[in-house]
Structures are given as structure tokens and as C-alpha cells.
Design a protein around this ligand. Structure first.
Ligand code: ZN
Ligand code: ZN
Length: 584
């Protein structure tokens, strides 16, 4: 057109600019801009809006703003373009600010603008602004628009308003796979795993195709729930429907298999992935760590560096905790040093917490305390918590008391710490102190998360809490538990009652321990799983020391292999020993 000496007019520029929004076309965009100014079309609102749009898409948001500020008259379309431009560039605060300005000037936001502002509200947890957009959607009767609705669901879910999100989800007439993904990931995000997996199955039954996003998010949920059946079903679905195992899906699969106890399977996925980034490696190293495979974890770390993948601060958390779980103290110390000397990183509190944990578990409690004293940053509750755990494990009463005070000072709302501290006092026989803490918890209306153990059988997950007799097969379970106790007694087992919190008579304490949820699940496993079949149990809290002993003995007496995943790591009990070598 230019070669044939035809002059472009104000109708030409919006079109030509629209076609420039990929980076390779930036020179054409700039040339069009200068030509547009020379021809005097910068006053044309459509051409200017097209400029704002293209600059925003090219990442030149300041240039977009300059065009916007120079405009003598603005219509709703250019306000929309500027708002969407900020959101597109991740400038969430600016996006919301200009959106508000636009509303104050009485301009109508478009559907796409609302769809751009809502994710900004979600990321900022700006519920009030999000609600204001919702109000607009209602007033303008946009209920047919699933894009806006999906954004609303996502916004409410990310702000923690799951009930509202679900109400909107149910209202959508024509749900798309994005609607399902938003709702499912909302549940996962808030830790409502059961709701997430129910919805995921429903989605499958209704014939919706899963996207990469739903799969990755569901795999995270499976990892948390230790739901291997659903997890491997998703893996199968991906393979059957020709999904490539990309970095995100692959990493989610590794994490899922590792957390479900199938470290070899995790490794297979790892080896088969064409691309692996730092997060993939972190997941693999972390997986080896919780299984107590310290050497493999460090091997993976070495390979990662040979492949030219740069470790980040989470990598070192995985590496250090792997050393901690495997009792590799010297290696751990070297890696800790290398963070600064070799990788030029700065220590964060979480790295100190890992090292304190590592030293503490191995019995170097004093050294751990010295490390804390020398920290250039303020130690947080996790650091003191690690020391407290070590003091409890190795009976350092005075130091433990100090760590306990710090922890409760820093995190007075965390029920878990009260339990840990109360536990420590109870173990020393200081019932008064222990009771005082229980009192404090009651006053502050805090509840300890109830211990719950589950075991899968016949496609169902059976969950038990302490002293749980609600199971339909309780009679049989109870009988098995009696038999277990008898056999344990013959083997010379004496309950370690320091793990019972309340001051009760010794005999009663032993009885309490024998009703711990993991033992009920174990009895159920012994009944249901044939000889030679691995018994897998998941517990939401740490397995207690006495149950740990019992599991070791049962693995020997009954000749069974048992895997327990507690909140901290994996224990594989075989022939009277545990893979954690009693480090946990
Ligand atoms: Zn126990
Ligand atoms: Zn163990």
C-alpha cells in the first residue's frame, strides 16, 4: 500500500497495529506510530487505543501509558485497553487503580476488562475489589458469559471464599473445562482435597476433557491425599489421550509418586521426561529425602549441576532435609557451606532450620544451639521448633524449655507447638507444666489436629482416629489388635509411656497407646492384605515413638513389610528395622 503511494487513513492504523502484537513486529509498530503522528491521527481515539493495546502486548507499558495520557478525549474502549494492559503486564495494583478511576468517570467496563481485572484481584487477594466487579457482572446480567464467571470463581477461591465460588460454579449454565479447573484448583488451593477429587471424578464422568492445568492440580491433590489410585489413573489418562509429559505435569507426577511411596515410579517419570527444570529436580531430590535415600538425593543433585541446571534456594532445602533424614551430617554441612561459597546465595531461615534439624537429630544439640545463636538473621519459629524437637528426642531439658518459650512467643496460635512442648514436659514427668499448657490451649480455644491414619482397601480409603470403634468391622479389628498385643508382649515389648500426654496410671497409658490410629489401621491391614502384600498406611501427624517400635516388631513377628507415610517422611518397616534408621 505504501509502495503504491496510497496514504493510510485513521481506519488503517488500528488494523495494522493489531497485527503487530508479537515481539518480532515491534519495528513495524514503532514505524506505524511515527507515521500516524506525522499524518496527525494521534488524536483519533481508535488509532490511539490500538497503540495502547499493542504497546501493552509488547511489554512497553510505559509507552502505552504515555499514549493514554496524551489523549485529548477518551472513550470506554481506551480505558479498557489501558486497564487490560496493566493486568497483562502483571501490574495488578495499577490495573485495579485505573479500573476504579474508570468506574468513577462513569465509563462502562467491557467483559474482557472484567476478565482481566478479576485475576489481578485474585492475585492480590483483593476481595473488596473483586466483589465490586461481581456487582457489575450481576447488574449487567452477564450470567451467560462463562469467561467472566470462571474468573469470578477463581477470584473467590483464591480469596478463600469457597462457598461463594461453588455457588457461582453451580450457577453456570454452560460449564467449560476451564470452569471445572477453576473450581477444582480452588479446592486444592484451600486444602479441601476430598471435594477436589469428587469434582474431578464428576468432571470425568460427564465427559469433560482434562487440561494440563486440571491434571497438574489434581496430581498435587493426590500427592497430599496419598491417593495413588487416582494419581496413576490421571497418569494413564494423560498417556491414553496423547498428552506429552511436559515439565509441569512430569514434576507433578514425580511429586505424587514419591509422596504415595513409589519412589522408583517417580524416578521412571523423571528419566523419561524430555525437559527437566530446577523444580523437577527439586521434587526428585525431595522425594528421595522423605524416603531416607540420602545418597540418591545427593547423586541427583550432582547430575542436576552437570546438566547445567542452576539450583535455587528450595533445592538446598530439599538437599539439606535429605541429608537430615539420612543422617548424612558431614555431607549436609558441606552443602550448607557451598550455598554461600560456591553458589553465592544467602541463607534464609528455612536453611538454618534444616541444618538445626539435621544436627539435632544426629544428637549434636549443643552445636545446633550455637548455630542459632550465631545466625545473622532473626531465627523464626521453625528454627526454634527444630531445636525443640531435638531436645525432646535427646532429653535436653533446660535447652528444650528455652526453645519452647521462643516457639510459643513467636507462634502463639500454632496448636502443634503446644502439643510438642506439653509432650516434652510430660516425658519428664512434669505434669503440672504439661497441664498448664493444655489449660492455655483450652483458654485460647485451640484444637490440636486429631491424629488420623488411613489405609486403602478394595478401592476405598478407610480412615481411623484414636480409639475408633465406628468401623463396621470393628469386632474383627479389635480381635486382631488383641492378638497383636499378645504377640508383642511375648517378644518383650514394653510400651514407652512417655508418649502419653495425660497423667494416668501406667497400665492405662499402655492401653491408650495401643489404641493409636496407626495401630488400628495396621490391624486392619493385617486382616485385609494377604501375605506378601505391602501394607501402606498414611498418617496426618508424625508417627509416635512407641508406635514406631510396635511397627518394627510387627514387621518381624508377622513377617510383613509395612510403609507408613507420616507428616514428615516415609518409614519402611522390614524384618524388625525401619528405613529411617530411627531418624525422624
Ligand atoms: Zn502412637
Ligand atoms: Zn521409621
Amino acid at each position: 500500500m505504501l509502495n503504491s503511494q496510497t496514504q493510510p487513513d485513521e481506519f488503517t492504523f488500528p488494523f495494522i497495529l493489531k497485527s503487530c502484537s508479537s515481539l518480532t513486529n515491534k519495528p513495524i509498530a514503532l514505524e506505524s506510530h511515527s507515521r500516524l503522528v506525522r499524518l496527525g491521527f494521534q488524536w483519533d481515539v481508535y488509532s490511539s487505543t490500538a497503540l495502547i493495546d499493542v504497546y501493552a502486548k509488547l511489554g512497553c507499558i510505559d509507552d502505552a501509558r504515555k499514549v493514554f495520557d496524551k489523549m485529548s478525549e477518551r472513550n470506554a474502549v481506551c480505558w479498557n485497553a489501558m486497564t487490560a494492559g496493566y493486568a497483562y503486564n502483571g501490574l495488578d495494583l495499577e490495573a485495579i487503580a485505573i479500573f476504579r478511576e474508570m468506574l468513577e468517570m462513569d465509563f462502562e467496563p467491557g467483559v474482557s476488562t472484567m476478565a482481566a481485572v478479576l485475576p489481578a484481584c485474585a492475585r492480590l487477594h483483593a476481595l473488596d475489589h473483586g466483589r465490586c466487579v461481581h456487582g457489575l457482572v450481576v447488574r449487567r446480567k452477564l450470567s451467560y458469559d462463562s469467561t467472566v464467571y470462571n474468573c469470578l470463581i477463581d477470584m473467590y477461591a483464591k480469596c478463600g471464599k469457597l462457598g461463594m465460588a461453588r455457588q457461582l460454579f453451580d450457577e453456570i449454565m454452560e460449564k467449560t473445562d476451564v470452569s471445572w479447573t477453576c473450581m477444582i484448583s480452588g479446592y486444592v488451593h484451600c486444602g479441601m482435597m476430598d471435594e477436589a477429587s469428587i469434582l474431578f471424578r464428576e468432571m470425568q464422568e460427564l465427559g469433560f476433557k482434562h487440561s494440563y492445568a486440571t491434571m497438574a492440580c489434581m496430581l498435587d491433590a493426590c500427592a497430599e491425599l496419598a491417593d495413588l489410585r487416582l494419581g496413576s489413573c490421571i497418569h494413564g489418562h494423560a498417556a491414553k489421550h496423547g498428552f506429552d509429559i511436559d515439565v509441569i505435569t512430569g514434576t507433578a507426577l514425580i511429586d505424587m509418586y514419591a509422596k504415595c511411596g513409589f519412589i522408583e515410579e517417580a524416578r521412571r517419570v523423571f528419566d523419561e521426561m524430555p525437559d527437566r527444570n530446577v523444580i523437577t529436580h527439586n521434587a526428585m531430590i525431595f522425594g528421595y529425602g522423605i524416603h531416607g535415600h540420602g545418597t540418591e538425593a545427593l547423586e541427583t543433585f550432582k547430575n542436576m549441576r552437570e546438566d547445567g541446571v542452576k539450583p535455587n534456594s528450595s533445592t538446598f532445602v530439599s538437599v539439606l532435609s535429605a541429608c537430615s533424614h539420612a543422617g548424612l551430617v558431614n555431607e549436609g554441612k558441606q552443602y550448607f557451606e557451598s550455598m554461600v561459597t560456591l553458589h553465592g546465595m544467602t541463607y534464609e531461615a528455612k536453611h538454618y532450620a534444616c541444618k538445626v534439624d539435621m544436627l539435632g537429630r544426629a544428637g549434636f544439640v549443643r552445636e545446633a544451639f550455637e548455630l542459632i545463636k550465631g545466625m545473622p538473621i532473626e531465627p523464626d519459629d521453625v528454627v526454634w521448633g527444630a531445636l525443640l524437637g531435638a531436645c525432646r528426642m535427646h532429653g535436653h531439658v533446660k535447652l528444650g524449655r528455652m526453645a519452647a518459650e521462643r516457639v510459643l512467643e513467636l507462634k502463639p496460635e500454632e496448636a502443634g507447638y503446644y502439643v510438642l512442648v506439653a509432650n516434652m514436659y510430660a516425658a519428664e514427668g512434669k505434669w503440672g507444666e504439661s497441664l498448664r499448657l493444655r489449660e492455655m490451649m483450652r483458654e485460647r480455644n485451640m484444637k490440636k489436629e486429631a491424629g488420623c491414619s488411613s489405609i486403602e482397601d478394595g478401592g476405598l480409603v478407610h480412615s481411623f482416629v484414636v480409639g475408633d470403634f465406628r468401623h463396621p468391622e470393628w469386632g474383627e479389628i479389635h480381635e486382631k489388635m488383641g492378638e497383636m498385643s499378645e504377640k508383642l508382649r511375648c517378644e518383650g515389648y514394653v510400651p514407652d509411656t512417655s508418649f502419653v500426654l495425660h497423667e494416668v496410671e501406667e497400665g492405662v497409658k499402655g492401653e491408650r497407646l495401643s489404641l493409636h490410629s496407626e495401630r488400628i489401621a495396621l490391624a486392619y491391614g493385617l486382616i485385609k492384605k494377604g501375605k506378601g502384600v505391602l501394607i501402606r498406611i498414611t498418617k496426618n501427624l508424625r508417627v509416635c515413638g512407641d508406635c514406631h517400635n510396635v511397627f518394627k516388631l510387627v514387621s518381624k513377628i508377622y513377617g510383613r513389610d509395612i510403609i507408613v507415610r507420616d507428616s514428615n517422611r516415609f518409614h519402611r518397616f522390614e524384618r524388625g528395622l525401619c528405613s529411617c534408621k530411627d531418624y525422624w
